[in-house]
Ligand binder design. Structure first.
Ligand code: SAM
Length: 236
């Protein structure tokens, strides 16, 4: 993947401007100069060949040479609703779900949740999505939604196949669905029986991800991978 830079503003005309950490990366880490070629994306689906035109102290202006519609998205929508783990494991979770092509991550608040994400923590995780997308070549950003309570989550997604990862249940994933899917993953302390029963009443199906107890982020990554495989691969 060539050097990719993310433009916060939609790229529409013949010029694009990079600011903030993207400009810093181009100017001070890559030490780019006028005439250097890079790839830009703005999260809306396309990527752009561009040439550095002018450099200021904290911004760079680039001339857009070519716009290409390049999709590296999965064939179907996949939402992961996850009780966010603590510390560094958050970044790791976001990075891997972005790489695996997950469409949206919904931070879940459950009875036994420990982590309650505030605005600045969400912003930091959204920045991790950009970093992972630069690296893996996604031209659409994985959305990180506002946190949702368990009730809000299970009452949502009426059009989706709704799965709740719960250790010890008999059922696993079944193959062959091309429908949009949402998978819920509980906190370290697990989902309560009551939460799982409520979800079932709203049409969610409990599934096991194997005979071992996985940590939150492992369960989320396994679910994303298994859904993609069960549905015939992770291709667009
Ligand atoms: N003692 C907790 C329990 O029994 O639910 C363990 C929770 S586990 C660390 C965190 C979350 O990952 C669980 O709530 C579940 O959503 C998911 N998970 C972990 N291992 C799983 C498995 N083998 N099958 C299905 N889901 C699993």
């Amino acid at each position: 993947m060539p050097d990719r830079y993310f433009s916060e503003t939609p790229i529409e005309g013949p010029l694009a401007t990079l600011a903030g950490s993207e400009a810093h990366h181009l100017l001070h880490v890559m030490r780019a100069g006028p005439g250097d070629r890079v790839t830009l994306f703005d999260g809306a689906g396309a990527e752009f060949d561009a040439e550095v035109q002018t450099l200021a102290r904290a911004t760079a202006t680039l001339r857009v040479l070519e716009r290409r519609e390049v999709s590296r998205e999965s064939a179907r929508e996949l939402v992961l609703a996850v009780a966010i783990p603590k510390g560094d494991r958050q970044k790791w979770l976001v990075e891997k779900l972005t790489e695996l092509g997950v469409t949206s991550l919904v931070p879940l608040l459950t009875e036994r949740s420990v982590v309650r994400l505030a605005g600045s923590a969400l912003d930091k995780l959204r920045r991790n999505v950009v970093e992972a997308s630069k690296q893996c070549g996604r031209n659409r950003l994985m959305e990180i939604t506002a946190p949702r309570s368990w009730n809000e989550c299970i009452e949502g997604f009426p059009e989706h196949r709704r799965l709740v990862a719960h250790p010890g249940v008999a059922a696993g994933l079944t193959a062959g669905s091309q429908t949009p899917t949402v998978v819920a993953v509980g906190p370290e302390g697990g989902l309560t029986d009551h939460e799982v029963e409520l979800a079932q009443q709203h049409g969610w199906r409990p599934i096991a991800l194997g005979p071992r107890i996985l940590r939150i982020e492992t369960a989320a990554i396994a679910a994303a991978t298994l859904v993609a495989l069960a549905d015939g691969g992770n291709h667009g």
